[in-house]
Design a protein around this ligand. Structure first.
Ligand SMILES: *[C@@H]1O[C@H](CO)[C@@H](O)[C@H](O)[C@H]1NC(C)=O
Ligand SMILES: *[C@@H]1O[C@H](CO)[C@@H](O)[C@H](O)[C@H]1NC(C)=O
Ligand SMILES: *[C@@H]1O[C@H](CO)[C@@H](O)[C@H](O)[C@H]1NC(C)=O
Length: 397
C-alpha cells in the first residue's frame, strides 16, 4: 500500500468525518430520517404548512432521495407538507405545487413508503416526472467519484442463491448463483420476480442531453490523486455525467470480486444491454413501489428517471484493499457528487417546466421496450431470454 495514500486517507477521514455520513448505505440516514418525523429540511427557513387532508396537488416534478441528500438541495423551498394514513415520511411541495420532494428510506422500506404515498387522497402523480436520486458507488470502468449517472436500467441481484468460497462449483469461477439451478453462469437464469426494470429510453436521452451541459465541480486534491491510480480511463477523468445503469440491493458490496460478479450478472440478466455503473442500497425498492403505482395507473412509468451522484468508487485502485477503500476512503466524494447531481437535476427540472406544454405534458414516448421482465405494462421485453431451471434440479423438469 502506498504510504502517501495511507496518511492522506487518515487525514481525509478526519477532515471528512461528516461527509462520511453521506453513505450510499447509511444506517445513520435511516435513524436521522426516522427522528425527523414530519419536520422538513432545516435548510429552508420558509414557513411550513401542513395541507388539509385531501387537498389536491398534481406536481410536474417529484424528486425522491433521503433527507440527508436533500440537505444539499437549496434551489427550491418545499413549504407545504402532505400527510396521510400509514405515511410517515416527508412529502413536501413548493408553494405553487409544481415541484415536490419525497424524503424516504431505502430499498424494501422505500417500496412500502411509496405505496402509502400513492394512496394519499388528493395527491395526483399521474403526470409527474419522478426523479430518483441520491448517492451510489461508481464502477471505475464507466464513471468517476464526484460525477453522476443517468440510468436506463435498474437491476437487482439479491433474488439469487449464494454459495461462498470452496462451496462454489468450480465451473462458476466465483459468480453468484441465480435462484434456480443453472448449469453454468452464462445461462440466462430463471427469474423470481422483478429483477430488472427498463426506463423510458427517450426520456433518458433527453435528460442526458440537458444534463451533460452542466458544469461539474471537481473533487478534493486527495481524490484527484487517488483517481489517477485507477486502471480505467473513465475513473481518471474529472467528474462528469455518465450514461450507465444502476444495480441495487439490500447489501452494499464493495471490491473487485463483488464488482465483477455484479457486472457479470447484470450483463447476463439484460443480455448485455446494461452498462452497470452505479451501486446502491436504495433504488430497486423505489422502482418497485413506482412500478406497482404504474400498473395501477397512479403514475406514468414513462416519466420515471434515475439520476444519481457517485459518492465513491465501488472498488479499490490496485494499491488498496477493498477494506481500505470501503472504510478509509469511503464516500469521500459525497459533497461534490451531490452538488453536481443536484445541478444536473435542476437543469432537467428547468427543461421540464420550460417545455411543459409542447413536450412534457403529453409525455415523451419510449422508442424501445419499457417496463419489467414480463411485459406487465404492455409490449414484449427486449432484453431477456426464455429460461429453464437445470433438468433434474429441484425446480427443473
Ligand atoms: C426560500 O425561502 C427563504 C425564506 O423565505 C428565502 O430567503 C429564499 O430566498 C427562498 N429560496 C428560494 C430558492 O426561493
Ligand atoms: C413554481 O415554483 C417553482 C419553484 O419555486 C418555480 O421554479 C416555478 O417556476 C413555479 N411555477 C409556476 C408555474 O409558477
Ligand atoms: C457445473 O457444476 C455443477 C455442480 O457441480 C454441475 O451440476 C453442473 O453440471 C456443472 N455444469 C457444467 C456445465 O459442467
Amino acid at each position: 500500500m502506498n504510504s502517501f495514500i495511507a496518511s492522506s486517507t487518515r487525514i481525509l477521514v478526519g477532515i471528512l468525518g461528516l461527509a462520511a455520513l453521506g453513505r450510499a448505505n447509511p444506517v445513520a440516514h435511516n435513524a436521522a430520517t426516522a427522528t425527523m418525523s414530519a419536520a422538513v429540511s432545516a435548510t429552508s427557513s420558509s414557513v411550513l404548512t401542513t395541507a388539509t387532508p385531501g387537498a389536491p396537488v398534481s406536481p410536474k416534478v417529484v424528486i425522491i432521495a433521503n433527507e440527508f441528500e436533500f440537505g444539499y438541495l437549496e434551489a427550491y423551498n418545499f413549504t407545504t407538507v402532505y400527510t396521510g394514513p400509514l405515511f410517515d415520511q416527508v412529502f413536501a411541495c413548493t408553494t405553487n405545487g409544481t415541484i415536490c420532494k419525497l424524503a424516504c428510506g431505502q430499498e424494501l422500506v422505500a417500496a412500502s413508503q411509496i405505496t402509502s404515498l400513492l394512496l394519499i387522497p388528493g395527491i395526483d402523480l399521474t403526470k409527474s416526472y419522478i426523479i430518483i436520486t441520491g448517492t451510489g458507488g461508481v464502477n471505475p470502468k464507466y464513471g468517476t467519484a464526484g460525477g453522476a449517472a443517468i440510468s436506463t436500467f435498474g437491476i437487482q441481484w439479491e433474488w439469487g442463491d449464494m454459495f461462498l468460497g470452496a462451496d462454489l462449483p468450480t465451473n462458476f469461477s466465483g459468480q453468484y448463483f441465480s435462484s434456480y439451478a443453472q448449469l453454468s453462469p452464462d445461462k440466462y437464469p430463471v427469474t423470481v420476480g422483478t429483477e430488472v426494470y427498463k426506463l423510458n429510453d427517450a426520456l433518458v436521452d433527453r435528460f442526458y442531453k440537458v444534463g451533460r451541459k452542466v458544469l461539474y465541480e471537481d473533487v478534493s486534491s486527495f481524490l484527484q490523486d487517488l483517481r489517477a491510480t485507477y486502471e480505467y480511463d473513465a475513473a481518471r477523468q474529472s467528474p462528469f455525467l455518465s450514461r450507465c445503469d444502476t444495480v441495487s440491493s439490500q447489501i452494499y458490496w464493495h471490491g473487485s470480486v463483488a464488482g465483477e460478479n455484479v457486472e457479470y450478472y447484470s450483463n447476463i440478466i439484460t443480455t448485455g444491454h446494461a452498462r452497470p455503473c452505479n451501486t446502491n442500497e436504495d433504488d430497486q425498492g423505489r422502482l418497485l413501489g413506482l412500478f406497482l403505482g404504474a400498473v395501477h395507473k397512479k403514475i406514468d412509468f414513462g416519466r420515471v428517471a434515475m439520476i444519481k451522484a457517485f459518492s465513491n468508487f465501488d472498488r479499490p485502485p490496485p494499491q488498496l484493499t477493498a477494506y481500505q477503500s470501503r472504510f478509509y476512503v469511503g464516500e469521500a466524494a459525497t459533497g461534490p457528487g451531490l452538488r453536481n447531481s443536484w445541478n444536473t437535476i435542476i437543469a432537467v427540472v428547468d427543461d421540464v417546466l420550460k417545455h411543459w406544454k409542447p413536450i412534457y405534458e403529453a409525455g415523451i414516448k419510449p422508442t424501445t421496450y419499457m417496463g419489467d421482465l414480463y411485459g406487465t405494462l404492455g409490449g414484449t421485453c427486449d432484453f431477456s431470454l426464455p429460461a429453464n431451471a437445470a433438468p433434474g434440479s429441484v425446480q427443473g423438469s
